[in-house]
Ligand binder design. Structure first.
Ligand SMILES: [Zn+2]
Length: 475
């Protein structure tokens, strides 16, 4: 049996729910409240103005990203040379050339806008219809967006918080060769490695999730599970942010920093860093080898339902008005309070080596907690599709009303995840917003599992040799 077919049927279909936090903006607002960016004002600048001003310096910055990605990222699909940004296109074509060079959905409008914190007054500013910025029609707790004019002043916090939600608005949809879109054949990303290539939103799964810490046996049998582009996006947008700050475009510095932050925050969600947290490695392999289609699909439905329930729960908690105890607790956990976890400074591959590593390790217990907390119909019944169209739930209100004790335990665990999320957000933003901040080299976590497997294989070989010798002596 080929390695691809060994695990392909189960793992290739995993990762079907693909937003980590349904709205990143309220999370970013809470994590960065009181930070320097909350006091800093910037002037909105259109993407076209930024590109026109930097057309001669951008090619070298983008070439630097490409060189670093080729050198340092595993499984990196290089940029097709024809897409490299030269800055030579006429002004009207600069934007298309730039979007192709960074390989995002060319239909994105990227208007000047801000998503205010839930409940904040619009202060007479004009609304912007959601679909003018968000091609996926996502839920925003306080619609509509607010439109900005070029040159209008706003806080840097508003820019970075708004931008931290933007990558879920369609930027990464339809980019793979088998997604049926116009750019799939041009971008060089190849076939979508996991998730469902025929669901439009599902096509962003390998860009917003990463599984660098799956068991070495799974990596060996199913190497396609490692082909995530999350690290590529973080490298691209954090480099562009530092470039924009250094070249005098603070609005784009904060906006690019927000884009990168999105992928950083996604990996703090346990279901974004662990493919099937409810199953052990041996259960996954056993299910692949012996399980029928129904058993495999049941495992996928369960993980997808649990993933979606907690997104829905936390979205509703964060969209609740100030004064709601669950919402206030999460906001406090995200902020820079005395109990905020201390984290080390940003360095290369931080999102995989530190954030995804912690999320992967916390995923099995979190998965058990989700299963024990919510109604069995939502999280333990494989015949039920939680996200099915037409079904509307409010797992937050339901749980707070029906089982306040369970809700308190669950909120405590979510607060601990949010405390890390807040610290990592501040850590990343401190790096991305300071072009002089040192780019520290990678420090990979030690994973004893591969050594353990090698030791087990060696021990088995010793036993086999000893038995063979004994047999030989007897003859
Ligand atoms: Zn995302």
């Amino acid at each position: 049996m080929g390695t691809r077919t060994l695990l392909v049927s189960l793992l290739a279909c995993a990762a079907v729910s693909v937003s980590a936090w349904e709205d990143h903006a309220p999370i970013t607002y809470a994590a960065l409240a009181g930070q320097p960016c909350a006091a800093r004002m910037v002037r909105a600048e259109t993407l076209d103005a930024f590109l026109a001003a930097e057309r001669s310096a951008l090619p070298a910055a983008l070439a630097g990203i490409e060189a670093k990605a080729k050198k340092e990222l595993d499984y990196y699909p290089p940029l097709p040379p024809a897409l490299a940004f030269t800055g030579e296109a006429p002004e009207i074509a600069l934007r298309a050339a730039f979007l192709a060079a960074i390989r995002v959905n060319p239909s994105m409008p990227f208007p000047l806008f801000v998503q205010l914190p839930p409940g904040a007054p619009r202060a007479g500013r004009p609304p912007l219809a959601i679909d003018q910025a968000d091609l996926m029609g996502f839920r925003i707790p306080d619609p509509p967006f607010v439109a900005l004019s070029p040159g209008e002043k706003l806080s840097a916090l508003g820019v970075v918080a708004t931008a931290s939600d933007e990558p879920d608005y369609g930027m990464d949809v339809g980019l793979y060769a088998d997604n049926g879109g116009a750019v799939g054949a041009l971008y060089g990303f190849g076939k979508q490695p996991f998730g469902n290539p025929s669901l439009s939103y599902g096509s962003q799964a390998p860009i917003h999730m990463a599984f660098p810490h799956e068991d070495p046996l799974i990596k060996l049998a199913a190497p396609f599970t490692q082909r995530s582009l999350s690290a590529y996006r973080i490298l691209q947008y954090s480099t562009l942010a530092r470039f924009a700050f250094a070249s005098g475009h603070p609005y784009w510095g904060w906006r690019f920093a927000g884009w990168a932050l999105h992928y950083v925050q996604d990996l703090a969600q346990p279901y974004h860093a662990s493919m099937l947290p409810g199953l052990s490695t041996f259960q996954i392999i056993w299910l692949n080898l012996t399980g029928g289609a129904a058993a495999k699909s049941a495992a996928l439905v369960l993980v997808s339902n649990r993933h979606t329930v907690i997104e829905d729960y936390l979205y509703r908690a964060m969209a609740a008005p100030p004064g709601d105890p669950g919402r206030d607790r999460l906001v406090a956990a995200l902020g820079m309070g005395p109990r905020a976890p201390r984290v080390e400074p940003w360095r290369d591959d931080y999102a995989y080596d530190i954030i995804a590593w912690k999320s992967y390790r916390r995923a099995p217990a979190f998965d058990r907690l989700v299963a024990a907390t919510f109604p069995a119909a939502y999280v333990s019944d494989p015949s039920y599709d939680y996200a099915a169209a037409g079904e509307v739930h409010d797992p937050y209100d339901e749980l707070q009303a029906r089982a306040p004790v369970k809700a308190a335990v669950f909120d405590e665990e979510c607060a601990s995840i949010f405390a890390d999320l807040g610290s990592w957000t501040r850590c990343f933003v401190a790096f991305a917003s300071d072009p002089k901040a040192a780019e520290l080299p990678r420090r990979e976590p030690f994973d004893p599992r591969a050594l353990g497997y090698l030791a087990a294989v060696a021990a088995l070989a010793v036993v086999i040799v000893a038995l063979a010798r004994k047999k030989g002596l007897r003859r």
